[in-house]
Ligand binder design. Structure first.
Ligand code: F6R
Length: 261
């Protein structure tokens, strides 16, 4: 795990965006796994600016989003499809038919989950997966106690997640959908590279558990310790509960000196 701590989310997101841009230059037909929520917003804005400047292109890129609420149609502003179009896809040169978000309106949800997995496989697998982390340690909507062997399926949202996401629903917890389709933990772990973003003190405990705690289904993100290529992008607040900060900072200086980040 590379743990890269920057002063704030603006600097950190810029760094994460540069890493994704590097991936696209290495492989213009990359398959990207994408996340919604607050954490990736500045990364998407920065990638969109690079695209407008002609530095990168998404023309041959395929994307798969982590999750979608059940029962929220794509044209609804609260759906993750709407979020992705508004915050990213409408601002870049991507072919929208190559962008995938789970179908939370499917009549046969189980079949939709199976075909989402099959589509990821058929694309050649995810080259780079972007993740956020919940304050309860979830990745995607794999809430605490999710199986590490899980694939794309329906999960109920934990009450901590419903409370956190109420900010997108006018702070009305009752308006937040209670279930979502989410890639499973094994789906996420198959990605060749993973970049996780975490900002703010609300994430500090989950971040410390993910990086330095025991691997446990109680903190799903802790399984990332077993992935061979993970970069964690943090601001100072999200890093505030880490014990080994000095070590991470020294390793970051080495990576910077070698021009790797
Ligand atoms: C979003 C997702 C979630 C979020 C997490 C953090 O597609 O899968 O796991 O990444 O809840 O959300 P923010 O970034 O809003 O704090």
């Amino acid at each position: 795990m590379e743990v890269i701590i920057d002063v704030d989310s603006a600097v950190s997101s810029e760094r994460a965006a540069r890493n994704i841009a590097k991936q696209l230059k290495l492989k213009p037909s990359s398959v990207l796994g994408l996340a919604t929520g607050s954490s990736p917003l500045k990364v998407y804005a920065s990638l969109a600016e690079m695209c407008v400047r002609g530095e990168i292109s998404f023309r041959s890129v395929t994307t798969f989003n982590l999750d979608e609420y059940i029962g929220v149609p794509p044209e609804n502003e609260h759906s993750y499809r709407y979020f992705m179009n508004a915050n990213f896809f409408d601002k870049i040169d991507i072919d929208k038919s190559r962008t995938h978000v789970p179908d939370g309106m499917a009549k046969d949800i189980e079949a939709a989950c199976k075909s989402y997995e099959a589509d990821i496989e058929a694309s050649g697998g995810i080259d780079l997966q972007l993740l956020g982390i919940g304050s309860d340690g979830h990745i995607g909507f794999n809430e605490p106690s999710s199986s590490f062997a899980s694939k794309t399926r329906v999960k109920g949202l934990a009450s901590e997640t419903i409370t956190a996401n109420a900010r997108f629903f006018g702070n009305d917890v009752l308006a937040v959908p209670t279930h979502a389709i989410t890639m499973g933990i094994s789906t996420i772990m198959k990605a060749r590279k993973i970049c996780l973003l975490a900002y703010g003190s609300d994430k500090a405990a989950a971040v410390a558990g993910m990086i330095e705690g025991p691997i446990s289904a109680k903190l799903p993100a802790s399984i990332l310790q077993m992935h061979p290529c993970v970069t964690i992008y943090l601001d100072n607040a999200a890093a505030s509960k880490l014990d080994l900060r000095q070590y991470y900072d020294a390793a970051k200086s080495d990576l910077e000196a070698r021009g790797e980040i």
